[in-house]
Design a protein around this ligand. Structure first.
Ligand code: SAM
Length: 330
């Protein structure tokens, strides 16, 4: 069993690791956490960079082809660039980043040199005031400037926007318009209950169907692309646009059947589904001096009892969802 391939009990191949490298964030998005933030973990409670590299290397040996660095905000943890440099040494591993875009400006050249090509930038509004209301921070100008710099530098940029009733519905059209002139993929995401409070709306108003309806009302010529295995977005082209738009049914969970993802939280919890509450604590396990072979066997075991979809995972949880997305990474 040198390099066993990672398959789950439903025959789905795991090829994509989402790695949250910190639980800290410089923004305080209302849908993600309370104004005062969450109880952040002290650094020793997080996986170290060495531990994260080891796990990524092991999973790469097991068939992981793509790693997404997320958080929290990846750029707030010291040492990110050294870590990315080490990852870049793993052959044919695609390195992607998800960021709020506030600090990325000064790293653009370095990221390019490392071969990073794909950046997901979270931006829920193109309006200064709405951005401020949502993020509780005055960083719109920086994020917008960095977004343009990333596009100009040739990165493949996806803009992720959570759609919320009464907060940014105007931005559905404004962000779609942004894709007319810029070669980006704008993806609208259904709001999920990972807001750190445990409080959720009874019914989601802006579900994927309603979001699409709004886009279509303005752009009736939009054309669906074929849905690709492992994707979460339904993507649409609009004639004359440099970019495209997508809708991610993150709450309605229409895409679980083709899920190819492993999640590792900053604390080292393995998640076989976004909606489970962590199926294994890797940190003490790694610190008990296990061999690579044992870690591989552990991953194989965990994915042999993986829920079929996010609804099954949610039903199996010990309690309701109270955690913040900043501890998971999206
Ligand atoms: N700091 C980085 C960023 O802002 O992209 C990475 C971490 S952030 C938790 C990852 C993604 O999760 C962001 O696109 C954010 O909008 C999304 N997110 C956070 N809370 C969410 C929620 N309750 N529902 C839907 N998406 C959420």
């Amino acid at each position: 069993m040198d390099n066993p391939q990672l398959l789950d009990n439903h025959g789905r191949e795991l090829t994509y690791l989402r790695l949250a490298v910190t639980d800290r964030c410089n923004l305080r998005c209302t849908y993600c956490m309370p104004a005062e933030g969450i109880n952040y973990m002290p650094e020793r409670e997080l996986l170290s960079w060495e531990e994260m590299f080891r796990l990524t290397r092991i999973l790469h040996e097991m068939g992981i082809k793509k790693v997404r660095i997320t958080g929290g905000e990846p750029f707030v943890r010291n040492g990110l660039l050294d870590f990315l440099t080490n990852l870049a040494g793993l052959k044919d591993l695609e390195i992607c980043l998800t960021t709020n875009g506030v600090f990325i400006g000064e790293y653009i050249e370095a990221l390019k040199k490392l071969g990073v090509r794909h950046i997901n930038l979270s931006l829920d509004s193109l309006d200064w005031d709405r951005f401020h209301q949502i993020t509780r921070r005055d960083d719109f100008a920086k994020v917008y400037a960095n977004l343009i710099s990333l596009i100009d530098a040739g990165f493949q940029v996806k803009i992720n926007a959570v759609v919320m009733q009464g907060k940014n519905e105007e931005d559905i059209i404004a962000l779609t318009e942004f894709a007319r002139e810029h070669p980006v993929s704008v993806r609208f995401i259904e709001e999920m209950p990972f807001n750190g409070s445990g409080l959720v709306e009874e019914k989601l108003f802006w579900d994927h169907a309603r979001i699409l309806e709004r886009i279509r009302s303005q752009f009736p010529d939009l054309k669906a692309r074929p849905f690709l295995f492992g994707e979460t977005a339904n993507t649409y082209d609009i004639p004359g646009f440099k970019g495209n738009v997508g809708v991610i049914a993150a709450f309605t969970r229409t895409f679980c059947g083709s899920c190819n993802r492993i999640r590792l939280t900053a604390k080292g919890q393995v998640k076989t589904c976004l909606y489970d509450d962590g199926v294994f604590d890797m940190k003490p396990y790694l610190r008990s001096e296990v061999s690579d072979e044992e870690v591989k066997a552990q991953f194989l075991k965990l994915f042999k009892s993986r829920p079929l979809d996010g609804f099954e995972a949610e039903n199996k949880r010990k309690g309701v969802i109270t955690e913040s997305m900043t501890t998971i990474g999206g």
